[in-house]
Design a protein around this ligand. Structure first.
Ligand code: ZN
Length: 86
C-alpha cells in the first residue's frame, strides 16, 4: 500500500544535518549518511541513482514503530529511533 512519503530527508554534511530533497540526497549526497527527519533513524533512498527523473522514496534500514512517517508500522506514539543518528 503506497503511503505519502516525505519529500525530504536529512544528510550529514561537514558534521551538520541538513534537509535536502530525496533527489538531491540520492544524486549529490549519495555517499553521505542519511536519516529520517521525523525519527532520525538511518534511511536509504530507493530509486535509480543515475536517473534524475525517477520518483524516489525513502526507506528505513530498520523499521521503527515510533515513526509517524511510516504509517504501516506506526504505533500512534512518536518516538526517536532506537538507533537514531545524531
Ligand atoms: Zn522515521
Amino acid at each position: 500500500m503506497p503511503v505519502d512519503e516525505p519529500l525530504t530527508c536529512e544528510v550529514k554534511v561537514d558534521g551538520l544535518w541538513q534537509a535536502v530533497s530525496l533527489n538531491e540526497a540520492a544524486v549529490s549526497y549519495s555517499a553521505a549518511l542519511k536519516r529520517c527527519p521525523a525519527c532520525h533513524g538511518r534511511v536509504m533512498i530507493l530509486g535509480t541513482y543515475s536517473r534524475p527523473d525517477v520518483r524516489r522514496s525513502m526507506s528505513h534500514r530498520k523499521s521503527h514503530g515510533g515513526c509517524p512517517l511510516k504509517l504501516d508500522t506506526y504505533t500512534g506514539t512518536p518516538s526517536l529511533h532506537p538507533q537514531a543518528l545524531t
